[in-house]
Design a protein around this ligand. Structure first.
Ligand code: BGC
Length: 445
């Protein structure tokens, strides 16, 4: 049996990612809270993982004890600026002093996301990201927040998965619908364009406050492949899906033009506004041409028939899609550092997570081995948290969470990931110990 360790470069960041609304609890002043009250989700965020109540301390202790040296968290706009004209100093103070400071005290590098799916209700009432008026509002919030956090953090993510925000909120597929739940392709593109403008404004604002800042956004890279590679129609719909899902934001940052299947929009100020590429990867889909789906531009999407699926069939195991996505990014933005800002799987009994982790870290190592500048990996997530439309049904945490008692449950993946972080690599012994079933795939004899 081969014995080897796939090492990562010195200084590699190993951590987990979380988002405010998903972990803080009692977030009652944003669009998601309202969406939950209106009955659109399978449950409520409620107390979530009770970070606002102080339980972040025990979770950060656990992260530090298990070798993590970085953590990606987000700030909640609706707490910091509960109304257009007020700023909650306590809420602003609590984040830098407690959360980011708490990370630094534990030797963990904070990475702060400034927008992770939620908007204050007053922003929604003004039309949210549908109008360009949001851009200066967001920029102002960013300036204030970065000013308050600048002594703790230099690594910023402006907006998490902006394309997901636009598509899930404005094109109803019946699965994982986000607020406002409209169904309007034109509006979706308008929202995406405004998110790009907001990102570009935030990028510049952050650099004015903190010249040494490293600023980017987090892109949900979804691998898409035609059902039949020989079919021109399948290839056409797959190309459209790739453009809709992957290209909009990326093309705006690469060339100043937002590409979409229904036309392009020039946003010249967005060109070059990133210091690293934030890459979220979960799965790959196959796309077939289907005349019955004009609303979806004739695309029917599904997972590969023989792919292993996560709980409730939410994600398919397609680790090669991660390598393929990293390759696409490196070709689009040569030499730009890359951070894997999310990757993970919903597996409540942890039976799938160890092999998901091993297979994806192996793909990331393959990319590193080509000398592609990948600088870190953030597992989604540290502890089970509120999973948007699916509420508590999908469990993504390394640690489990008993929502009623707030008790954390140590899953075997905790120990596996700890070994990876401490070794700064993935070894054959680890794979043999935690997921021997994929040993041959990762360390072929
Ligand atoms: C989002 C997270 C979410 C995760 C798992 C990502 O798309 O950024 O907020 O919990 O996927 O679905």
């Amino acid at each position: 049996m081969p014995q080897a360790t796939y090492h990562f470069p010195k200084g590699f960041l190993w951590g987990a990612a979380t988002a405010a609304h998903q972990v803080e609890g009692n977030n009652t002043n944003n669009n998601w809270w309202k969406w939950e009250q209106d009955g659109h989700t399978e449950g409520m965020a409620g107390l979530a993982a009770d970070w606002w109540g102080g339980r972040w301390k025990e979770d950060f202790d656990r992260a530090a004890e298990t070798g993590q040296n970085a953590h990606r968290l987000s700030v909640e706009w609706s707490r910091i600026q509960p109304t257009p004209d007020t700023r909650d100093e306590d809420a602003t103070g609590k984040i830098p002093r407690h959360l980011c400071g708490g990370l630094k005290e534990r030797g963990i590098t904070p990475m702060v996301t400034l927008h992770h799916f939620t908007d204050p209700l007053w922003v929604t009432e003004r039309g949210g990201w549908e109008t360009e008026e949001i851009v200066p509002l967001f920029e102002k919030f960013v300036r204030k927040t970065v000013d308050a956090l600048k002594e703790y953090c230099t690594l910023w993510c402006t907006i998490n998965e902006p394309t997901g925000y636009a598509l899930n909120g404005y094109i109803v597929t019946g699965v994982d619908t986000f607020p406002p739940g409209k169904n309007n392709m034109k509006l979706a593109m308008q929202v995406q364009a405004n998110l790009i403008r907001g990102h570009a404004a935030a990028y510049r604002a952050i650099h004015l406050i903190q010249p040494e800042a490293r600023v980017g956004f987090a892109h949900h890279y979804r691998s898409v492949a035609p059902h039949h590679a020989w079919s021109p129609l399948d290839r056409w719909v797959a190309r459209n899906a790739f453009t809709a899902i992957n290209l909009g934001f990326v093309s705006a940052l690469a060339e100043g033009v937002m590409r979409s299947p229904v036309g392009s929009v020039r946003i010249p100020e967005a060109k070059g506004t990133q210091d690293y590429f934030g890459f979220n990867y979960y799965t790959r889909e196959y796309i077939a041409f289907d005349l019955r789906k004009p609303g979806a531009l004739f695309a029917r999407n599904f997972y590969r028939k023989d792919a292993e699926l996560s709980d409730f069939g939410f994600l398919a195991f397609e680790p090669e899609g991660m390598f393929e996505g990293l390759k696409w990014i490196i070709r689009t933005f040569p030499n730009l550092p890359i951070l894997v800002t999310e990757n993970g799987v919903n597996s409540a009994d942890d039976s799938l997570r160890p092999r998901y982790l091993a297979l994806h870290i192996h793909q990331m190592w393959r990319a590193v081995n080509f000398n592609w500048p990948i600088k870190g990996y953030f597992h989604w997530s540290l502890v089970d948290n509120f999973e948007w439309s699916f509420a508590w049904k999908y469990r993504f945490g390394l640690w489990g969470l008993d929502v009623d008692t707030q008790k954390r449950i140590r899953r075997p993946s905790v120990d596996f990931y700890a070994e990876i972080c401490k070794e700064n690599g993935l070894s054959s012994e680890m794979v043999q110990k935690y997921c021997p079933e994929v040993f041959e795939k990762i360390f072929p004899s």
